[in-house]
Design a protein around this ligand. Structure first.
Ligand code: SF4
Length: 285
């Protein structure tokens, strides 16, 4: 495949065949995100993308998993998404699932019947960045989505059989907003009931542009924030992961079954985490 850098994908898509059906992010203003800063958003011509599907299908017809990039591919029109999914199904006879990043407003712009039709065409997992359940914080970081809207989007998508993998960002509220961020996020997740939940730690990557008053949490505070978040969760059937390299302590489990064990493990490790700074950072910044 030919890719236009920089290409991002969720860790779980490591073995998927990836096609860039659009370049960049249609929103691209989130202050915490450096992924596509400087990349003008562009939807690639349909014939160009379909030719790429056909070529890949000839070379590797047994692919079962496809990830469509770049950011918020759900923002494409229903007709474009349907055309892409139908073509993938033709070229990859064993195709099982197609996954992509989705913003809440892009999900809400589709009717229930359209969402169900996309599910029927093997659209499977939507990766949705909630980041926080704190509406004021989402406004401060220019998320361009409301927590309420994201909650409704996930509930509607899951109601037609799509799986939503929801991401939250530890430390996004900084030191002053940590407790409020954790409590509001837990409360929102309880109403949302995502099937998959990932907690990542916010790290000020190049391209991020947090406001001047933002004071980052320490490594220990980030882990304590996760303890507070986990304690507030009342999820009925969720696979939880905090094993991205940004996390101070890698964790994975099923909620509600493993919640107390996850909290106990985190709490036992708190004294060993950096209480003065960010600790070990995942990237060379
Ligand atoms: S977080 Fe998602 S929606 Fe926001 S700028 Fe980054 S890629 Fe776009």
């Amino acid at each position: 495949m030919r890719y236009t850098e920089r290409l991002f994908r969720p860790p779980a898509e490591a073995v998927s065949l990836i096609f860039q059906v659009a370049l960049g992010c249609p929103h691209n203003t989130c202050r915490f995100c450096g992924m596509y800063k400087g990349v003008p958003y562009r939807v690639r011509p349909l014939d160009e993308v379909l030719a790429e599907f056909a070529e890949a299908g000839r070379l590797s017809p047994s692919e079962r998993r496809v990830f469509l990039a770049d950011g918020d591919v759900m923002a494409l029109s229903f007709e474009r998404l349907r055309a892409l999914l139908e073509a993938l199904d033709r070229h990859f006879p064993q195709l099982a699932r197609v996954n992509l990043y989705a913003n809440g407003s892009s999900v809400l712009a589709k009717s229930d019947a359209e969402l169900a039709a996309l599910r029927g065409l093997k659209l499977s997992t939507l990766y949705v960045g909630l980041e926080s359940g704190d509406e004021e914080l989402l406004r401060r970081v220019d998320k361009g989505e409301t927590a309420e809207g994201l909650c409704e989007a996930v509930r509607r998508a899951q109601a037609v059989g799509l799986t939503c993998s929801v991401m939250v960002l530890l430390g996004l509220g900084g030191r002053a907003g940590s407790a409020r961020h954790a409590d509001a996020t837990a409360a929102l997740l309880n109403r949302m009931q995502p099937r998959l939940l990932s907690a990542l730690r916010f790290v000020e990557v190049p391209g991020a542009d947090m406001d001047a008053g933002y004071v980052p949490v320490t490594e220990r505070e980030a882990a304590a924030e996760l303890v507070r978040l986990l304690r507030g969760l009342q999820l009925e059937r969720t696979v939880f992961r905090a094993n991205h390299t940004s996390n101070p302590v890698p964790l994975e489990g099923r909620l509600p079954r493993d919640r107390d064990a996850l909290v106990a493990r985190l709490e036992s490790l708190l004294p060993r985490l950096d209480a003065r700074g960010p600790g070990r950072l995942p990237f060379a910044l």
